[in-house]
Design a protein around this ligand. Structure first.
Ligand code: NAP
Ligand code: ZN
Ligand code: ZN
Length: 349
């Protein structure tokens, strides 16, 4: 057993505390990673607060992990000690079902194993990246390309792939008008990625407070959704809208912004159900869709795309004792644009 230092929450809304967790001994195909950075995703907050359902405590969240390989199992072929690597939202899947065979492990028909708050095939409760070390099967470890620093790369492992995958699936590119709703962790990555893919990008944010940032990140247009004129002016405009909002919003209002055959894809995951008026999709043959993270192959493709286009996350690096503060700021939409924990500040408990 390997003992890792970690930060855990002991109940819904409880502050994070220093603790230790056990990581399994390396199996033949396992990789031991010394974690350097871990991003704070809004999903960590939904989970830690029990908003998506009951979870076991103590809980160590974190699925935007980058670090260095410290040890490899006897049969590991893809990685060596010293490699720069990442781990995202999944650490295992069945590998046999139709979807796993297609490389869509995020949609594993038997259910994949999430990086935290899940039970793995060893019967152990998984704990995430707010910790100094993690042991992961090599098939679920990503390579961080040269040219991408480990701190700005960490948020790519969730925020990056969660936006890259639907942008690719719905073919964001030249000639396509793409709107991104919400300029937070996912939203700012979506803007950078859609811009790099060649789409015409519009940000739909609650206010114009972050307009300069949005345009600098690659948006062509920026509107405040608090202004009713925005919805009148943009009716029927977009081929694709990616909704990254963590709260319930008026889906009908956003569907009205789609052009013929346009799609509104929801990646935001609020605890409350979203509703829509069916006439909103009958008109203009519109689609309302969802998407979750991406497969391992596509995640590597996204990392390579980011390295090629010099895309990293905009981050604010924090020490391990600032997690509660960071959560409060994310909840207040006061994040520019991802908090990333410097795990070296966790080396001593
Ligand atoms: P985040 O950094 O908090 O960004 C969310 C943004 O939504 C905020 O910055 C804000 O942007 C906007 N927003 C927040 N509350 C709002 C409200 N009441 N009305 C309108 N807009 C609001 O969160 P994140 O980490 O990007 O995650 C966003 C959501 O995606 C979360 O629900 C998360 O769980 C989910 N998620 C899903 C997946 C997946 O696989 N599908 C993966 C990761 C995360 P503005 O200030 O610009 O309006
Ligand atoms: Zn996430
Ligand atoms: Zn499967």
């Amino acid at each position: 057993m390997i003992t890792a230092n970690a930060r855990a929450t002991f109940g819904p809304g409880e502050p994070f505390q220093a603790t230790t967790i056990d990581r399994r001994d390396l199996g033949p195909r396992d990789v031991l990673i010394e974690i350097k950075y871990c991003g704070i995703c809004h999903s960590d907050i939904h989970t830690a607060r029990g908003e998506w359902g009951a979870v076991n405590y103590p809980l160590v969240p974190g699925h935007e992990i980058t670090g260095i390989v410290a040890e490899v199992g006897s049969e590991v072929t893809k990685f060596a000690v010293g490699d720069r690597v990442g781990v995202g939202c999944m650490v295992d899947s069945c590998r046999e079902c139709e979807n796993c065979r297609k490389g869509e492990e995020q949609y594993c028909l038997k259910g994949n194993t999430l990086t935290y708050a899940a039970v793995d095939k060893y019967g152990q409760y998984t704990q995430g990246g707010y910790s100094t070390h993690i042991v992961v099967d090599e098939d679920f470890v990503l390579r961080i390309p040269e040219g991408l620093e480990l701190d700005v790369a960490a948020p790519l492992l969730c925020a990056g792939i969660t936006t890259y995958s639907p942008l690719r699936h719905w073919e964001a590119g030249p000639g396509k008008k793409v709107a991104i709703v919400g300029l937070g962790g996912l939203g700012h990555m979506a803007v950078k990625l859609a811009h790099a893919m060649g789409a015409e990008v519009t940000v739909l944010s609650q206010s114009l407070k972050k307009k300069d940032d949005g345009l600098r990140l690659g948006a062509d247009h920026y509107y405040a959704t608090s202004d009713p004129e925005t919805f009148k002016k943009l009716t029927g405009t977009f081929d694709l809208i990616v909704n990254t909002v963590s709260a319930k919003i008026d889906i009908d209002a956003y569907l009205s912004l789609l052009s013929l055959d346009g799609t509104l894809v929801n990646v935001g995951a609020p605890a409350e159900p979203l509703s829509l008026n069916v006439f909103s999709i009958l008109h203009q043959r519109r689609s309302f869709a969802g998407s979750t993270i991406g497969g391992i192959r596509e995640t590597q493709e996204m990392l390579d795309f980011c390295a090629k286009h010099h895309i990293g996350a905009e981050i604010e690096v924090i020490s391990a004792d600032k997690i509660d503060e960071a959560y409060a700021r994310v909840l207040a939409s006061d994040v520019r644009y991802r908090f990333v924990i410097d795990i070296s500040t966790m080396r001593t408990v």
